[in-house]
Design a protein around this ligand. Structure first.
Ligand SMILES: [Zn+2]
Length: 527
């Protein structure tokens, strides 16, 4: 789906600094501010500099920049040095350009659990599903919450306080006298009825009610999971890398019926929530491996509205080394990384000339994107350096140095834009106008379609801002044969295109940061 580039609005000619002249023939309001000509600063963004930096950043020396590994540490040092050289400060103060992102590699934990002196072993009677710290405790009281359902029409938590306590729940959903499920009033299974979905629904309910631990009896799921968990534990293989859960995360065990009955003899027949006396000891050693990683942050303070923040983001990590082969990630996302550096340099040049941005600009290089958007999620969910409500937009660049071989229409002077109109019509119009005025790329919205099967809107770091109703644009060239392959190397980058696309992001950021009115969010998503 390609959008026409022809706009009905003609722009006034931009004059040099300070003075502005409005076209007399055209009184239509445009989205573009006309005071200062940013093209003199945009001209500092050059294909030659982008190339020099990318040949370094995506070289074998950086070992594919795998999150937490040596190459990623080299990458963050490289970025930090660039900002120091450009004399662009960090919002964290001093020379602290790193926002630490605590991660862990999940490993299956084993629990020692006794009930009245009888031992119930891991994988035979119980599995640890969630734990964030070591546990060594005696449990004298458990709150039995029946099915562990907490829904509008039916709740096992209504009459009983579980705050800071261990709760015991069983699988399934009761039916009313008419044979319908209690939460839906129909015979269709609900999110509480069975399987994986009921497990996560009941976990969320326990968390929402402030439980410390959830002991969940599901004989069916237990027999399906136990062998797999045992193999994982014995092989010592670490699972996915994830953001380290906070210290008061829920402790969750799944148990079989044998252990369920030992804890509460009438657990099968009885569903009434109540406190039960127990004599349980529980020891869990959390074997997950802690890993540290960093986002790199740099910032130019706004001259007039310093509290309003425009974020420019790109991920600094890639896939590392696999089977002895280095995944250089020149396009993904070396291209976005060096583009941000060049854009930062352009804004700095403007500031030096007395034309610093009116709003503040945060240059945000995030880690762990390839592992599941971890660095950006840490920023938005755990540690936003600037309040999210003051964050005006996120312009995110992920892969802008190549062309899409599948794109057969139009010229090579294109870029895919994703998300520009999802939250703010204002941002979308501004972006279109800026492009028409300065860069004249074909803005291709093919992947912006609601039903795009690739779901790119959800697949890069901007999404963590968008989910907070912060307008975003995701700049992207599409995938290609070298995507996530060792062959994504800097010699294959089309540097002239990289330059033009970086300039488009610069001009767009310039307008968002400098125009009088903050971007209007007219399509906020409410839950
Ligand atoms: Zn990638």
């Amino acid at each position: 789906m390609k959008k026409s580039l022809l706009l009905g609005v003609a722009f006034a000619i931009v004059t040099s600094c300070g003075t502005s002249s409005k076209s007399s023939a055209n009184t239509t309001q445009t989205n573009i501010s006309e005071q200062i000509d940013p093209s003199v600063y945009a001209s500092t963004i050059t294909s030659a500099e982008l190339k020099t930096m990318l040949y370094k950043y995506a070289s074998d020396e950086f070992e594919g920049r795998d999150t937490g590994a040596k190459g990623q540490k080299m990458a963050v040092e490289y970025l930090k040095q660039k900002y120091i050289d450009m004399n662009i400060p960090t919002p964290l103060g001093g020379d602290d350009y790193f926002q630490e992102v605590p991660l862990e590699k999940q490993k299956v934990a084993k629990a020692k659990l006794t009930v009245n002196g009888d031992v119930f072993k891991s994988f035979e009677d119980q599995i640890v599903l969630m734990v964030s710290n070591d546990v060594d405790t005696t449990i004298k009281n458990i709150v039995y919450v029946g099915y562990g359902i907490d829904d509008e029409n039916y709740s096992d938590y209504k009459t009983i306080d579980v705050k800071g306590k261990y709760v015991l729940a069983k699988s399934g959903e009761p039916k009313d006298t008419g044979g319908n499920f209690v939460t839906s009033g129909t015979t269709d299974a609900t999110k509480w009825t069975n399987g994986r979905q009921s497990l996560s629904s009941k976990r969320e309910a326990a968390i929402a009610n402030g439980a410390l631990g959830l002991i969940y009896m599901d004989g069916d799921l237990f027999s399906r999971y136990s062998n797999f968990y045992q193999r994982q534990a014995e092989s010592g293989v670490a699972g996915r890398l994830s953001l380290k859960t906070n210290d008061n995360g829920l402790i969750m065990l799944m148990i079989n019926e044998t252990l369920g009955k030992a804890l509460h003899a009438s657990i099968i027949e009885e569903s009434t929530p109540k406190e039960i006396e127990t004599n349980v000891t529980l020891e869990i050693e959390n074997k997950s491996e802690s890993i540290t990683s960093e986002n790199v942050v740099a910032y130019i303070k706004g001259s007039e509205r310093p509290d309003e923040i425009v974020v420019l983001s790109a991920h600094l990590d890639h896939e590392g080394i696999k089977n002895g082969e280095i995944y250089n990630g020149a396009d993904d996302d070396g291209s976005g990384t060096v583009a941000i550096l060049e854009i930062a340099q352009a804004f700095k040049a403007a500031e030096k000339a007395g034309h610093g941005p009116k709003r503040s600009i945060l240059f945000l290089h995030v880690t762990g994107e390839e592992k599941g958007l971890l660095g950006s999620r840490h920023y938005t969910d755990n540690d936003p350096i600037f309040p999210l409500e003051d964050t005006v937009a996120d312009l995110n660049i992920d892969m802008i140095g190549r062309t899409d071989p599948e794109r057969t229409i139009g010229t090579r002077n294109y870029v895919y834009l994703i998300g520009s109109d999802k939250l703010s019509t204002d941002l979308h119009n501004l972006s279109e106008d800026v492009n028409s005025k300065y860069t004249n790329l074909e803005l291709d919205y093919k992947f912006n379609a609601e039903d795009d099967p690739n779901r790119f809107y959800y697949r890069s770091d901007h999404y963590n801002f968008a989910k907070n109703n912060i307008p975003v644009i995701f700049y992207f060239n599409g995938t290609h044969a070298d995507y996530h392959k060792p062959s994504d190397t800097p010699d294959k980058i089309e540097y002239d295109l990289l330059e033009t696309r970086a300039k488009l992001v610069f001009y767009t950021a310039w307008e968002v940061a400098n125009r009088d009115q903050r971007l209007v969010v007219d399509k906020a998503v409410t839950e």
